[in-house]
Write a protein that binds this ligand. Structure first.
Ligand SMILES: CC(C)(COP(=O)(O)OP(=O)(O)OC[C@H]1O[C@@H](n2cnc3c(N)ncnc32)[C@H](O)[C@@H]1OP(=O)(O)O)[C@@H](O)C(=O)NCCC(=O)NCCS
Length: 174
């Protein structure tokens, strides 16, 4: 494993904020005319990556996406808006939060439909890990998310180890 390159910069959460709006088209829907979960996950991945790119200013790869609750269906013709920002930067990885709303274009009503946390790792053009700038939270909400991100990272590490060991046992390898 190669040592990541160092990066001395510090960035704000605001400088990572990203947004994307899509209209739900027939190709994006299931037989009930609702947005496919996998398509929404794709939008979430893209919007999350935008925030991570803005923080790292290098290519990034998705290392993990935490579980997602699909709170309510999104219908054909709705506008889906996704907003993301980096919650915390670690050494080569960043936790990004993504929140999703759907807007009914006829009534104008807007509802929160999903949220997710993702982890991206910064890499160079050869796929080698890179150190990322540190993140300076400024507002009370940013400070809370920054603290929560550390707890989620610890939980993720425990869960990853548990899944990895469980998977080895399932395959008769431990
Ligand atoms: C993600 C990846 C770069 C990690 O590489 P690795 O050599 O296993 O990395 P390490 O174990 O040294 O971890 C590097 C960082 O990633 C984090 N990380 C690695 N796997 C993780 C996971 N499953 N969940 C959360 N974070 C993870 C580590 O905590 C570490 O963070 P830090 O440097 O900020 O402390 C590598 O597993 C990979 O390339 N995976 C495929 C990515 C991909 O193709 N994504 C989909 C398409 S973009």
């Amino acid at each position: 494993m190669t040592e990541p390159q160092s990066n001395p910069l510090v960035r704000t959460v605001a400088s990572t904020q990203s947004e994307m709006t899509e209209i739900v088209l027939p190709n994006d829907t299931n037989t009930l005319g609702n947005l496919l979960g996998g398509r929404l996950m794709h939008f979430i991945d893209l919007t999350g990556a935008m925030a991570a790119y803005r923080h790292a200013r290098t290519p990034v790869v998705t290392a993990a996406m935490d579980h997602i609750d699909f709170i309510r269906p999104v219908h054909l013709g709705d506008l889906v808006t996704l907003k993301s920002s980096v919650n915390r930067a670690f050494t080569t990885s960043m936790e990004v939060g993504v929140k999703v709303w759907a807007e009914n274009t006829r009534t104008g009503s807007i509802a929160h439909v999903a949220s997710a946390y993702l982890v991206f790792v910064a890499v160079d053009e050869h796929g080698r890990k890179q150190n990322v700038p540190q993140l300076q939270p400024e507002t009370p909400d940013e400070i809370r998310r920054h603290q929560d991100a550390l707890r989620r990272r610890e939980y993720r590490e425990k869960e990853y180890a548990r899944r990895r060991d469980g998977s080895l046992a399932t395959h008769g390898l431990s």
